[in-house]
Design a protein around this ligand. Structure first.
Ligand code: BGP
Length: 533
């Protein structure tokens, strides 16, 4: 990474306005195939674990549709075990959001054009595993699937955007899951390495940024890891296999091209003790370790000191092969990346929903979104500091953003000042972490820069994007793309490399008018913030 911009607190009165991020800072958006791509059954794509998942909402969990042992129809929630003798099955009159998602498969040209207009220099997307290896078991990849992503990567290059590829975003080909019990089966490691090698070799020289897995700490349930059982023994064993697979692929990526940079990402949530009672502070430390456990292993290359205690509390006895210790040590991550949406409160008796992800406990000092997520921009700065203290590796804010209900006006406009406020607050804190705390942050990719289907609820109305997609929770709509107000706002933020971060469009426009070019945007005299699209 290049030299960081000089920060002189005297010159700026402690205010970072006017100072840009480092020159090579990456700005972009992030998506996942089964929430964004669609193209179900097209181009030789095989069935994916997520294809059996229904929609839901904030109170109704998503479910997996099944054919039960007696042949009847059944459903379990996406985090429950599959009943004995049942198999995932599709039914005609059920809506499965992954099948169409928001149809990037047929809209990639327009979407990438808009990303170029936004000024992105990076775009994070995941490759659909079953588009490349339809069952996960083939020896040779599906050429049509690879060709689709060839087009995407070439189109990105044409508008100056580099790809950041998530090799596996919470998914597994359904046939592989059935054969090997998802990631519980050790054979899945070989299938994954074969798949990852295909991508690494195919896009050598075209892609240098790779993520082996998404949010490894909170993965569970058939749609995400393909296992039938969902007890801790199964889940931790599955994740041991994933960590070994990730280490093999990290090493391989460096062999294929020494310029490759490999990370994996975890779902973060800054944790605050409920109060200063030492018991609550200690419980917070313990839960933080639950969250960071997998990144500790993958970034440091070995199971941490507290692993025995953590696994014993969960009654987990891991099966390892003799070479696993060496494999983990040889494939440590180049950077640490994470999603950050919210912070959480923790203490004795806190309900742990998933590994290290807490059930919502009220923080009286913070507001929450309509989905109950506490909004906490400073938490991002705290987290960046803690992670760098712990790992001393470059960091990448790979998901962040505000899921909100947007209203599209009859003239097609979408006014989303709340999104600009949320982003401005978070970007300012990230800037302080970079310029004041001297944390090396590679870049920032906002989640769902083009509206897409929500992972947790399967809804469409939980929108994150700068680009509105005309589709509702049942998948109805024209799929037409239109720019929200935040589109133009973000465009200007990126043009100035984050030098200026107002909270809304009006302020930005007023300020630009007022200073008429005098405004010191970093050191770049040619910066044009006045152009309107
Ligand atoms: C992360 C996932 C994404 C994404 C995001 C927002 O957990 O990596 O796939 O969806 O969260 O969550 P949601 O879609 O539930 O609002």
């Amino acid at each position: 990474m290049s030299e960081r911009a000089a920060y002189d607190p005297q010159a700026f009165g402690g205010d970072l306005e006017g100072l840009p991020f480092p020159e090579d800072f990456l700005w972009g958006g992030a998506t996942a195939d089964f929430q964004y791509e669609g193209g179900f059954g097209e181009g030789g794509r095989g069935l994916l674990s997520h294809d059996f998942e229904t929609g839901g909402d904030v109170t109704t969990p998503r479910r997996v549709s099944l054919r039960l042992a007696d042949g009847s129809r059944g459903f379990v929630t996406s985090e429950e075990a599959l009943p004995e003798g049942s198999e995932p099955a599709l039914y005609d009159n059920v809506y499965y959001p992954s099948h169409k998602a928001v149809d990037f498969y047929h809209h990639h040209g327009r979407d990438i054009e808009l990303m170029g207009e936004l000024g992105f220099n990076v775009f994070r997307f995941s490759v659909c595993w079953s588009r490349i290896f339809p069952t996960g078991l083939e020896e040779e990849p599906n050429e049509e699937g690879l060709a689709f992503y060839d087009h995407v990567i070439d189109e990105l290059a044409e508008v100056g955007i580099e790809p950041l590829i998530t090799i596996c975003h919470d998914e597994i080909p359904a046939a592989l899951a059935a054969k090997c019990d998802g990631w519980a089966g050790r054979e899945t490691i070989d299938a994954y390495v074969r798949y990852a090698r295909t991508l690494l070799e195919r896009w050598k020289g075209k892609c240098r940024l790779w993520l082996t897995f998404n949010e490894i700490n909170i993965l569970c349930g058939y749609p995400m890891i393909g296992t039938r059982e969902q007890d801790d023994q199964t889940i931790y064993q599955a994740k041991h296999h994933m960590m070994v697979a990730s280490a093999i692929v990290t090493k391989l990526a460096h062999e294929v091209d020494s310029r490759n940079l490999v990370g994996t990402m975890y779902a973060s949530s800054e944790l605050y003790p409920r109060d200063c009672r030492p018991e609550n502070v200690f419980e917070t430390l313990r839960v933080k370790r639950e969250t960071l456990f997998f990144i500790d292993v993958m970034a440091k290359g070995a199971y941490p000191n507290y692993a025995d205690d953590l696994l014993a509390r969960r009654d987990v006895a891991l099966e390892m092969e003799p070479d696993d210790v060496r494999t983990l040590a040889e494939g440590t991550l180049d950077f640490v990346s994470f999603s950050y949406y919210r912070s959480n409160v923790c203490g004795v008796g806190s309900e742990l929903r998933r590994h290290g992800i807490l059930g919502a406990e009220n923080n009286p000092h913070l507001e929450t979104t309509s989905w109950g997520w506490a909004v906490d921009a400073l938490g991002l700065r705290i987290l960046l500091n803690e992670l760098y203290d712990r790992y001393q590796k470059p960091l990448f804010v790979i998901e962040n953003g505000l899921g909100a209900i947007d209203v599209r006006e009859p003239d097609g406009s979408v006014h989303d000042p709340y999104r600009m406020r949320y982003l401005a607050d978070h970007l300012r804190e990230m800037k302080k972490a970079v310029l004041i705390d001297r944390i090396p942050v590679i870049g920032y990719t906002m989640w769902g820069s083009t509206d897409l289907v929500s992972l947790s609820t399967g809804e469409m109305k939980k929108r994150y994007g700068f680009i509105y997609v005309d589709m509702d929770d049942e998948g109805k709509g024209t799929l037409e793309r239109s720019k929200k107000d935040s589109f133009r706002w973000m465009q200007k933020v990126i043009e100035g490399n984050g030098a200026y971060l107002p909270s809304d469009m009006e302020t930005l426009d007023d300020d630009i008018e007022e200073v008429e070019g005098e405004f010191a945007l970093g050191n770049d005299d040619d910066l044009d913030l006045g152009t309107d699209n």
